[in-house]
Structures are given as structure tokens and as C-alpha cells.
Design a protein around this ligand. Structure first.
Ligand code: GLU
Length: 291
């Protein structure tokens, strides 16, 4: 990918832990419309770096759903499972600059510290059985979310995040930051369940001297139990046969203007792009499931 892109570049970055459900469709549609309304590119990246949580064939189901809903992405799909060398390069740079460290602390040991890693490791580093953590050096961070407003995070309340797990898997925080930079992402539109992770990601961008990104965190749809729709909460897969209806439903959750009845999928998305209103997106963090 060339480094000459300017302007808006957005992305949808699903983890293949299951097929798309209404909540993930909402994120896909909102990031797509925001990119298109800004005459930007919209990229698709499959975050398939967690094999234990992956569901067989979920990648294909996700791609089929995105296609069936008329959400055409630009360029080639990026697969995180093929990008280990980029993650290793970033880790080496961080370790070399003392912005990352090896950590053998167990989850139960950290539980005594409220699950937040203290300034010093609780246990000495054990070769071959250690995670790599980011050493956050600044006391706090601030960012302005386009929907949720001003955000402030104090470092000793969020702790140093894991970048590579002790089982050898790359952590989401590392892969997402490396890939967003490599793909020249200017704008991230995603669920508010990831807003706290944004503070870590900003610290990591700074440690790697990467450009900063604008953020828009969307409310998430929650079921009757108050939990976000997800594979874990048994959210049903969306039915691709009802794509038009599904698009109308997510536009309604996002409190966007209602498109005229007669439109096909492509026209409906064009209409929604032309009428996209970020200031209509609800600022509450949880949207109860309709009906
Ligand atoms: N892969 C993450 C997920 O599906 C989202 C990544 C992101 O948008 O930053 O929850």
C-alpha cells in the first residue's frame, strides 16, 4: 500500500469469532457510511490472530454478509494472521527502546492489584514463559471522541497492556495499532466497548512514533440481559436474505433519517451516505434491542 494516501481512510476490522450479528453490522454500516460521506476509502481487515477464539468458516460468513449488504471495500482484504513479521518488528523496536518489557506475572497475582499491572512486575521474569507489556511512561492521556466527547485516562488506573501473550499470541492492542498505521487509517469508527482500549492504543502509537487517528465510538446494541450482542451472548447471525431490512434496522438504531421505501441495496446505501448525520448518533453507550 502506498504511503501517499491523504484524506479519509476508514476500516472495518472484525475478529472471526462468529458470523456478523446485528451489532457488528451496525459497526460495519456506520464505518462504511462515515468513510463514504467523507469521500474516503473503506478497508476491510480480518483480525484472525486468536485461533482459540476463531470459529471455523467465520471469515467467509463475514465476507458474504458484508457483500450481501452492498458494503464494498477498497483494495485487498488484510489478514492479520499473515502479518506476524510486522508485529515482531514493532515489538523489537519497543523492547530496544525500553518501551516494552517481559512480564511473568500471573492473572491471580495481578488480581491482588485489581487486575492492573503495578509499576514493577510482581514476579521475576521467567525466560520462555513471559508476556510482553507496553511500558506506559506518560501519567495520563486525553482524546476527543466524535460522539462520546472528551476522554481522560490516568495511566495507573489502566495499567500496562499486554502486547504479546505468554502463549505466544499477538495481542489485539499491538496488531490493531501496527495495522491501522500501515494502512494509513485516518478515522476509526467502532463500538464503545473498545473505548477504554483506545487509551492504550494511543500510548502505543506514540511509543512507535505513529500518526494519531480520529475516533468515533458507537453505542452498542445490548440484549435483555444488558450485555452487548456477541457470540458469547448467543446473538443470532444476520440473515443475508433480509439485507435491505437489516440496513434499515441499523440506520434506525443510529437514528439516521429514514430512507424512502422503494430503494434497492445500492441506492439505499447511497441515500444513507448522502444523509449521514454524525450528530444524530445516540450518545448513550447502550441501545436496547428493539421489539
Ligand atoms: N477486531 C475487533 C473486534 O471485532 C475490533 C477492532 C477495532 O475495530 O479496533 O472487536
Amino acid at each position: 500500500m502506498s504511503a501517499s494516501h491523504t484524506g479519509y481512510i476508514g476500516r472495518f476490522a472484525p475478529s472471526p469469532s462468529g458470523p456478523l450479528h446485528l451489532g457488528s453490522l451496525l459497526t460495519a454500516v456506520a464505518s462504511y457510511l462515515d468513510a463514504r460521506a467523507n469521500h474516503g476509502q473503506w478497508l476491510l481487515r480480518l483480525e484472525d490472530i486468536d485461533p482459540p477464539r476463531a470459529q471455523e468458516n467465520a471469515e467467509n460468513l463475514i465476507i458474504n454478509s458484508i457483500t450481501a449488504h452492498g458494503l464494498h471495500w477498497d483494495g485487498d482484504i488484510v489478514w492479520q494472521s499473515q502479518r506476524s513479521n510486522h508485529y515482531d518488528n514493532a515489538l523489537n523496536q519497543l523492547l530496544h527502546n525500553h518501551d516494552a518489557y517481559y512480564c511473568s506475572c500471573s492473572r491471580s497475582q495481578l488480581a491482588q492489584y485489581g487486575g492492573i499491572h503495578p509499576n514493577q512486575c510482581v514476579t521475576p521474569f521467567v525466560t520462555g514463559d513471559a508476556a510482553i507489556r507496553l511500558k506506559i511512561k506518560q501519567p495520563d492521556t486525553n482524546f476527543l471522541d466524535r460522539v462520546q466527547g472528551a476522554q481522560h485516562y490516568i495511566t495507573n488506573q489502566i495499567g500496562d497492556p499486554v502486547l504479546k501473550r505468554r502463549d505466544g499470541l499477538y495481542a489485539y492492542q499491538l496488531a490493531v495499532v501496527v495495522d491501522d498505521a500501515e494502512q494509513h487509517i485516518s478515522d476509526i469508527v467502532r463500538g464503545v466497548d473498545l473505548i477504554d482500549a483506545t487509551a492504550w492504543q494511543i500510548h502505543l502509537q506514540r511509543a512507535l512514533h505513529l500518526p494519531s487517528i480520529r475516533y468515533l465510538h458507537l453505542p452498542v446494541i445490548v440484549g435483555d440481559d444488558g450485555h452487548k450482542l456477541s457470540k458469547q451472548s448467543f446473538a443470532p447471525a444476520i440473515d443475508n436474505q433480509c439485507a435491505k431490512e437489516n440496513l434499515r434496522i441499523v440506520l434506525a438504531y443510529l437514528q439516521q433519517p429514514t430512507p424512502p421505501e422503494e430503494l434497492g441495496i445500492a441506492e439505499l446505501l447511497q441515500w444513507a451516505t448522502a444523509h449521514w448525520r454524525v450528530d444524530h448518533i445516540p450518545t448513550q453507550t447502550a441501545l436496547p434491542l428493539f421489539g
